[in-house]
Design a binder for this molecule. Structure first.
Ligand code: IMP
Ligand code: MG
Length: 179
């Protein structure tokens, strides 16, 4: 599939992403203003740029941790079975936790991860996704904060890949096949 030729059309500019993160962080800061030390959990690998920008804008005492769940493999199709490939280092019982995801698509991944983390009894558990494709949803799940709602397009950039490519684009673009 990645050998097919495609071009990337800009969908959300780097500037628009930065502005949106600023405004989301005003909200998140308010929600967690009394926290001792918020555990910010990035879902690998797609959230790595988003979480980096988010925590620098948050201005709260935080700890960063990562969790990796399997989802797409190397293609464009989501799998419904979610496996944890790398678990957290931190024990989250009694703690404030914010889960950071790149995209909510069918909803299976974040739904599964949130249920798992809930079972560990955090004091406060919230989730944020940079992008949301509500038209693709298969389970009833909504992140507490969403950067942008987007149509059913395959997107890349700002941490998000197509078969491990294009993660380092500074903006979000949509993939358009040319043949
Ligand atoms: P879900 O379990 O279907 O909600 O899938 C979520 C995961 O699928 C995200 O964390 C992404 O890694 C991946 N994904 C969903 N849509 C896209 C896309 O448009 N481009 C790249 N990855 C995507
Ligand atoms: Mg992902």
């Amino acid at each position: 599939m990645p050998d097919k030729t495609y071009v990337i059309d800009e969908l959300i500019s780097a500037k628009a992403i930065a502005a949106r993160i600023e405004s989301l962080c005003r909200d998140i800061r308010r929600e967690f203003r009394n926290t001792d030390k918020l555990v910010v959990v990035g879902l690998l690998r797609g959230s790595f740029i988003f979480i980096a920008d988010l925590v620098r804008e948050l201005d709260l005492p935080i700890e960063v941790d990562f969790l990796e769940a399997s989802s797409y493999g190397d293609g464009m199709e989501s799998s419904r079975e979610v496996r944890i490939l790398k678990d957290l280092r931190a024990a989250i019982e009694g703690r404030d936790v914010l889960v950071v995801e790149d995209i909510v698509d069918t909803g299976h991944t974040l739904n599964h991860v949130i249920a798992l983390l809930k079972s560990r009894k955090p004091a406060h558990l919230r989730s944020i996704a940079l992008l949301d494709k509500p038209s693709r949803r298969e389970v009833d799940f909504r992140a507490d904060w969403i950067g942008f709602e987007i149509p059913d397009e395959f997107v890349v950039g700002y941490g998000i890949d197509f078969a491990q490519r294009n993660r380092n684009l500074p903006y979000i673009g949509k993939v358009r096949f040319t043949e």
